[in-house]
Design a protein around this ligand. Structure first.
Ligand SMILES: [Zn+2]
Length: 316
């Protein structure tokens, strides 16, 4: 299957990638076209523009889906794909609570079929967020809206799963959102990172941009980089060629992200990075191959600058 050919007629821009034996990425977006509508909406502006990958790990008759796909159509494709490869025991893990990681779940775990044929696993905070009546109201008003599927099993710090004879460790990191779950595959020295690491740049939400939180972000990235033996990272938002080719080198990815956060929080009145385009900020990392520049991330960088500015004003 070539990089640019779609395996599905109903999903014309989806790419099925196979970065490692028995590990697949279902990648959509980053094409320059919109998917859902011309009006501003989370699916086009928060997900499709940036590009999103969801992953599967298949071993014998077991499969793990890491994230639920950005729409039920994507989720149906993923589910049929792992079934076509022999999977009958399927687990779904949410990397975190954001729409672009959970919106497809109703197709994987349909209401008529709640007989635990699929286990839905997430951090306990993900569960709490999704079960909150406020989230239910918010999601009902989203464009596009979708059906929430609550996790059937939660964990707190760590949880080990067996996918056939593949050991997968779920771990919680307070990066991007407090409920972030990464999937660590020690034998392969590989990490499925969700939104804990993003190429071209990490997202600093307005709630997450205070000085102490930037410090926590960096401490947590160092903890992640110290996982013994970790070499490669597959992020949810990254360059499809890099993902298809096996992912990102952990050291350069983490170093680039820490350098960015440090520059954003530099202890001067107006850090220089606030006035720069992202393209200039990441120039050397792109040249060395550590990151792949994608211009839709200029808007994310601008939002990050606004968030850090606002957080500083609030703390005085
Ligand atoms: Zn995301």
């Amino acid at each position: 299957m070539g990089l640019d050919s779609s395996p599905s007629k109903s999903l014309p821009t989806m790419r099925l990638l196979n970065p490692y034996p028995n590990i697949y990425a279902y990648y959509d977006g980053r094409t320059g076209t919109r998917y859902h509508s011309d009006s501003p909406n989370w699916l086009d502006d928060g997900a499709f523009k940036l590009g999103v990958a969801t992953y599967s790990i298949i071993n014998g008759t077991s499969a793990l889906l890491y994230d639920a796909g950005i729409t039920p159509e994507h989720a149906t494709y993923m589910l049929n794909h792992v079934k076509s490869l022999g999977a009958t025991k399927i687990m779904l893990v949410y990397s975190h609570v954001h729409n672009d990681h959970i919106a497809g779940a109703s197709a994987i775990y349909p209401a008529r079929d709640r007989i635990k044929s699929v286990e839905v696993i997430a951090h306990e905070k993900t569960y709490e967020d999704l079960a909150d009546p406020l989230s239910v109201e918010e999601i009902a008003e989203e464009d596009p809206t979708f059906q929430i599927v609550l996790p059937t099993k939660t964990y707190n710090e760590e949880m080990t799963l067996q996918i056939g004879d593949e050991e997968v460790k779920l771990m919680n990191f307070d990066i991007h959102t407090p409920d972030a779950t990464v999937a660590w595959l020690p034998k392969r020295r590989l990490l499925l990172a969700g939104d804990v690491l993003e190429d071209t740049v990490t997202y600093l939400s307005p709630e997450n941009a205070k000085v102490e939180q930037l410090r926590t972000h960096i401490t947590e990235l160092r903890r992640l980089a110290s996982l013994s033996g970790l070499e490669k990272v597959l992020p949810a938002h990254g360059c499809p060629k890099k993902i298809g080719g096996g992912g990102y080198d952990v050291k350069s990815f983490v170093d680039a992200t820490i350098k960015y956060i440090e520059a954003m929080g530099e202890d001067v009145d107006e850090p220089e990075i606030w006035t720069l385009r992202l393209e200039e900020v990441v120039k050397s990392e792109v040249e060395s191959g550590g990151l792949g520049y994608w211009d839709a991330y200029e808007a994310v960088h601008q939002e990050n600058v606004d968030s850090v500015k606002k957080a500083r004003k609030q703390t005085g």
